[in-house]
Design a binder for this molecule. Structure first.
Ligand code: COA
Length: 160
């Protein structure tokens, strides 16, 4: 795989360019999620108010993967979602996105990270466990009858 750059200028998206990144992603959702309708999970807040915490990997200007998340004031980093293009998986992009996000998060005081996924998303569970996350099914996490898998990692690994 060719050397990847995170944004052409280097660094995560910032507030000013967050909306344009959101537009790019929303116009190309099936390339990342296939048939799943994920529009509701891409609330504007993640690439407007929290744009500086997001990470996008591009090659030749084209987004190959992205991670939306935020660092709280309570030493917690939260990942809303992560996705890589269906035809670019298994090449370390997901790990690169997490490494970059966690490095930023750690430098801003985060000591632990949480993420969630649907209980049916076995690929996401395997991926997160491979990265060292614990995984627990939490009943009613997102409301009555809405269980989710909650991932946790603490403390953040050295190097992040
Ligand atoms: C989950 C996802 C982001 C992984 O991206 P990726 O670029 O393929 O991940 P990587 O290549 O960096 O894989 C990192 C490690 O996880 C492992 N892994 C990744 N997907 C896996 C899977 N489905 N099953 C088992 N292991 C998996 C890889 O083998 C790799 O292990 P290694 O580093 O020891 O070799 C990608 O599959 C995706 O976008 N899925 C759809 C969106 C989604 O479900 N996101 C998560 C919920 S928000």
């Amino acid at each position: 795989m060719r050397v990847l750059s995170i944004r052409q200028e280097g660094g995560p998206p910032v507030f000013e360019d967050g909306p344009s990144v959101l537009k790019e992603i929303l116009e190309d959702l099936p390339s990342f999620w296939g048939e799943r309708d994920m529009r509701a999970q891409h609330q504007p807040v993640w690439l407007r108010q929290f744009a500086s915490d997001a990470v996008v990997v591009r090659r030749d200007g084209v987004p190959l993967g992205y991670l939306l998340g935020a660092v709280t004031t309570h030493e917690l980093a939260y990942v809303q979602l992560i996705a890589t293009r269906t035809d670019h998986r298994g090449h370390g992009l997901g790990r690169l996105l997490y490494d970059t996000f966690l490095s930023q998060a750690r430098s801003r005081g985060a000591r632990r990270v949480e993420a969630i996924t649907a209980t049916t998303n076995t690929g996401s569970v395997a991926f997160h466990q491979r990265l060292g996350f614990s995984a627990h099914v939490v009943p009613d996490y997102a409301g009555p009858g809405q269980a989710r898998v909650l991932f946790g990692l603490a403390p953040l690994p050295q190097g992040h």
